[in-house]
Design a protein around this ligand. Structure first.
Ligand code: ATP
Length: 385
């Protein structure tokens, strides 16, 4: 049996024994914890936060004192992130009837492979999406298979004929990415190691404006003629929760020091490390196309690996011909949803005070209600793995 099957079947066995009147939503205290916690509270769940003990930034103090409405009822302390995988920690989570929300930082710290193979606490979403979003080849197969345009892949440094972004494998959050315009620049920037195509993803640097639209896909809520809940996609409905643009240092402000050419001459190169998120809306006439793309991504995910229930983000650039070029998908809640704890210009059209964290809690609540009413466990299999 594959690792994924083993952990997911075990997760279902565990979930069957949960006290469904006393569910807890839990995750690592970081990333989007504040909105997840507030959203869970607003929907009547207990909250559980996992913190690493004695960090210099006093994480435990921050998450148990800074913002009253977000303080979790339960805290589990670990000595290091991957300790979460140890059976004695997983058992503590299970004791509290916890459903885990694996946000971006959770996946990064605990590890996608480890989550698939070793983590059996019931987890919101489909863990099978993890390799598809983290492996750039699989990601391209998924998105291009759905008909989306992606930045042109540059097969070798010899083919660099204009601005290109080089993504080193294993580099995260834009760290260690670099931009080059020629083959020579590439070799100068890449450092000592021999060029191995497996270690670098070189792609066209798409010129345009960046957008990070946050979607939510529910496979379990459906429209009826009397009640339209959302845009039909896959087995259920698709919602646009919000859009942000990332603040990336140093690329976004580097021009304050001088022109890019001047800086490069001084051997100063821009980086793409995320430091914040700025709320934004897109020109309304661009939204229908964006929905078509998100719908196709949802449907392709169902065909390839059983779907992407929950939050996802289609990160891309709108070019001057108004083509949306997607450079990345995140199949989970992204931190760009954080400016919208009390809703966004889009989620306000769905319900008041609706953050993505809260919408996830609503999905769990909806599944629980339906499960209790119909006594059919299958509904959980649509949103938990
Ligand atoms: P995360 O997992 O945090 O989303 P990542 O490490 O996977 O980040 P990307 O999202 O692929 O990295 O890229 C980081 C940043 O680099 C983007 O936010 C964007 O500003 C820029 N970027 C990436 N690809 C392109 C591209 N093809 N053209 C222009 N800019 C790009």
């Amino acid at each position: 049996m594959s690792g994924y099957k083993k952990t997911t079947e075990k997760a279902y066995e565990i979930l069957r024994d949960y006290d469904f009147n006393n569910l807890t939503i839990g995750t690592i205290c970081s990333h989007s914890f504040l909105q997840i916690s507030k959203g869970a509270k607003d929907e009547g769940f207990k909250r559980l936060g996992i913190v690493v003990r004695n960090t210099p930034d006093k994480k435990k103090k921050f998450y148990t004192q800074a913002f009253r409405e977000t303080i979790p009822e339960h805290i589990i302390e670990v000595d290091y992130d991957k300790e979460i995988l140890k059976p004695y920690i997983q058992e503590k989570l299970i004791e509290k009837n916890t459903i885990i929300l694996a946000h971006g930082s959770f996946v990064e710290r605990v590890g996608g492979k480890e989550l698939l193979n070793k983590f059996y606490v019931p987890t919101f979403g489909n863990k099978r999406a993890l390799p598809w979003e983290s492996d750039r080849k699989l990601e391209r197969k998924w998105l291009e298979g759905a008909g989306l345009s992606m930045p042109k892949k540059i097969k070798s440094p010899d083919e660099i004929k204009g601005p290109a972004i080089v993504k080193k494998h294993g580099a995260k959050g834009g760290k260690d990415f670099f931009v080059v315009k020629t083959r020579e620049e590439f070799y100068k920037r890449k450092g000592g190691k021999k060029y191995d195509p497996e270690n670098f993803d070189i792609q066209e640097f798409v010129m345009g404006t960046r957008y990070y639209p946050h979607f939510f896909y529910s496979p379990i809520q459906k429209n009826s003629p009397k009640n339209i809940k959302g845009y039909e996609a896959g087995k259920g409905i698709l919602l646009l929760m919000s859009i942000d643009r990332r603040d990336e240092t140093t690329i976004d402000e580097v021009q304050r020091l001088g022109s890019i050419r001047e800086l490069e001459e001084a051997n100063i190169h821009p980086t793409f490390v995320v430091t914040g998120n700025v709320p934004i809306v897109m020109r309304e006439s661009l939204l229908p196309d964006l929905f078509c793309k998100a719908e196709a991504v949802v449907e392709k995910a169902e065909e390839l690996f059983g779907g992407i229930p929950g939050a996802f983000c289609l990160e891309g650039v709108e070019d001057e011909n108004l083509n949306y070029i997607t450079f990345e998908i995140s199949a989970r809640i992204v931190a760009g949803t954080n400016p919208y704890i009390r809703g966004s210009p889009y989620s306000d059209f769905i319900a008041k005070n609706l953050s993505t964290g809260r919408r996830i809690a609503q999905e769990i609540k909806f599944a629980n209600k339906k499960f209790k009413k119909e006594n059919n466990f299958d509904i959980w299999k649509e949103i938990i793995s």
